[in-house]
Unconditional design. Structure first.
Length: 522
């Protein structure tokens, strides 16, 4: 069926988080079909979150878009060597096989797509000269800023990671496209391209951005976080186990990977007449169906749909999507490819890292929502903004007896952000509100106070340990927090310190306690 330009526009932009170049997009669609590329760096094993871009590719094809899929093998190596050089070709082959299997699983015709490997053209004379030209224009600051949400950030970055955003920008010109599609986490790379390509005399492209689907444990779904994702080759038993553990708080629609998967993947794949079916016993209302995602979300928000019933329904749909992929990978050749591309890590005795306060990820947060825990009189459930793209974190704190509810609302606090998530009376808590605390003669607890000019997400450093790297997650078995916490105190001036070294924001402001002095921080 022939679509009008505005019907194509609605298909192309539906469910996107954002797009840049709206007028240009409309102008092109009024004259001809759009040319677009989507690139994926061939690093960790693709997971079910990859169905989100696959669904948009299906939308693009229905809108007549000429789509190029780029397997960005060179990018994979440049990103802190996430794909070792000796495994690069094997991982690229695996990505091509598994992504084609995903597209077939959702009935996307492969003959309508163009598949390209990065090193097929990124090693050419023309491309290499453009890399040198661009490197003569780009500052270290701009390169680092552009890759902040995509390239692995370390305290002493390799030059390869600084090259990454430039290569992605140049891909737009060398692939001869009108638009690039990616996740909203790539926005800084997209604006980098919009700034620098015109300086080189090249066309500024349209940028289409998908929302980031929360992982099963909250935050971003990631190949490197085993508990956050379901692998495309996981069997049905593993899918059930991972969904059972997934964070899916009753009534919570903001930080819910199970609901987000339904919104961005399942519902867009439904054909006319299809519905999302939730099976329930008669005792709990019987079976119910939803033809629109908004109705499912509203029912979950009102707690008409129990998390367990939602998970059971999503489990059925996930297995329907994965069954064709599993079947294709029963082929012994593809099984061998998967095992060679992702060999089990070699066992080696881990080096003991020095325990320093630089391993603590301490940040400024703002409480945007707070309520008492329904099953624990002493606990608050807080939604705390840490400036993360994934949205506010859920954190549970035992402060009911020390801080009135009205004083918690919209309060700026100090958060230990890299504790391993813990379940407190049925609610998953993703961090700790740091407080000054004294037991004698009467127990008093005061949340630490960041400087007045602080913003959510501001990093807090400890004097003398500015160059260290915080652990992604503190290993509770190593007792890192417990060993460091004993030297965290509020000094006689009311300022937070560790072994005499002040806790400071990156702007130099002190962290303080309102009234307590010479007491521990817990």
């Amino acid at each position: 069926m022939t679509l009008t330009w505005d019907e194509k526009y609605r298909l192309i932009t539906r469910n996107l988080a954002e797009w840049l170049g709206d007028e240009k997009l409309k102008s092109i669609l009024k004259e001809r079909d759009l040319k677009l590329y989507w690139g994926t760096a061939t690093t960790g094993r693709p997971h079910i979150g990859y169905f989100a871009p696959m669904c948009k590719i299906a939308d693009f094809l229905r809108a007549g878009v000429e789509v190029t899929v780029l397997f960005a093998d060179l990018h994979a190596y440049l990103d802190n060597m996430k794909a070792p050089w000796e495994l690069l070709e094997l991982r690229t082959q695996y990505y091509e096989a598994v992504i084609k299997a995903m597209l077939k699983s959702i009935d996307v015709p492969l003959d309508k797509l163009k598949f390209v490997k990065g090193t097929d053209y990124q090693l050419s004379k023309e491309y290499t000269l453009d890399v040198y030209r661009l490197s003569s224009l780009v500052t270290e600051h701009d390169a680092k800023k552009a890759g902040a949400e995509v390239v692995k950030q370390v305290s002493n970055p390799l030059l390869s990671g600084l090259l990454y955003p430039g290569l992605q920008a140049l891909d737009e010109h060398h692939l001869k496209i009108d638009a690039q599609f990616g996740g909203v986490d790539q926005r800084k790379i997209f604006t980098f391209a919009e700034k620098y390509l015109p300086i080189m005399g090249y066309q500024k492209c349209i940028h289409l951005m998908n929302p980031m689907i929360p992982g099963l444990a909250g935050a971003k779904m990631s190949s490197s976080e085993e508990d956050s994702k379901i692998d495309l080759l996981d069997n049905a038993a593993t899918v059930k186990k991972k969904l059972k553990k997934a964070f899916c708080e009753p009534g919570n629609i903001a930080d819910n990977g199970v609901l987000a998967f339904s919104k961005h993947i399942l519902f867009p794949l439904f054909k006319d007449g299809d519905a999302f079916n939730v099976s329930r016993t008669i005792e709990f209302g019987g079976d119910v169906s939803f033809s629109k995602y908004e109705d499912l979300e509203a029912a979950f928000a009102k707690q008409d749909i129990h998390p367990g019933d939602l998970k059971n329904a999503v489990e059925i749909y996930i297995n329907k999507l994965l069954d064709p992929i599993r079947k294709e990978f029963e082929n012994s050749k593809l099984k061998t490819l998967a095992s060679k591309a992702y060999p089990p890590p070699k066992k080696q005795k881990p080096l003991e890292m020095e325990i320093t306060p630089a391993r603590l990820d301490i940040r400024v947060g703002k409480i945007v929502e707070v309520k008492k825990h329904p099953d624990a009189d002493s606990l608050y459930i807080e939604k705390i903004d840490l400036g993360e793209l994934s949205g506010p974190r859920t954190i549970v704190s035992g402060l009911v007896n020390f801080v009135p509810l009205n004083e918690m609302e919209n309060r700026m606090v100090v958060i230990l952000a890299n504790l391993k998530p813990a379940t407190l009376r049925g609610i998953s808590s993703h961090g700790m509100v740091l407080c000054a605390s004294v037991e004698e003669p009467t127990r008093q607890v005061e949340p630490l106070r960041p400087p007045a000019n602080s913003m959510p997400g501001d990093k807090i450093i400890i004097e003398g340990y500015e160059d260290g790297t915080a652990d992604d997650v503190l290993n509770p078995k190593k007792k890192v927090w417990e060993k460091l916490q004993v030297d965290l105190v509020i000094n006689g001036d009311g300022a937070a310190s560790w072994s005499g070294n002040l806790l400071l924001t990156t702007m130099g402001g002190k962290i303080t306690s309102d009234t307590l002095r010479n007491v521990p921080i817990k």
